[in-house]
Design a protein around this ligand. Structure first.
Ligand code: ZN
Length: 104
């Protein structure tokens, strides 16, 4: 894994929050929950983190799984399946693992 990917994976949840504006500069978006890749024009739903937020600060909702886990390919960011799976493992795989290891 490149250091760029490492940094990106750590920033993924930040990039997927309040990102409506980012989608406007992107061609493709990817969801790191269901790992689907879709055109930014396919986005139909956004959720405001705060009722007073302007639309450009809303979070994109994945058209496939309806989670707020969408990142955009702005700034030459290459959205591909492998990357989405890596992010998914980082954010969801590990959580699952930790939960399993907890002894009550
Ligand atoms: Zn999804």
């Amino acid at each position: 894994m490149s250091s760029f990917n490492c940094e990106l994976i750590n920033k993924a949840t930040k990039l997927s929050t309040r990102n409506a504006q980012r989608a406007k500069n992107s061609k493709f978006c990817g969801c790191f929950f269901c790992t689907s890749i879709f055109k930014s024009s396919a986005i139909e739903e956004w959720i405001s983190e705060h009722p007073r937020d302007k639309h450009e600060f809303a979070s994109i909702v994945c058209p496939h799984c309806r989670m707020k886990t969408v990142i955009c390919d702005e700034q030459q960011l290459d959205i591909n399946k492998e990357l989405l799976i890596e992010i998914n493992t980082r954010w969801f795989g590990k959580t699952k693992l930790l939960t399993q290891n907890v002894k009550i």
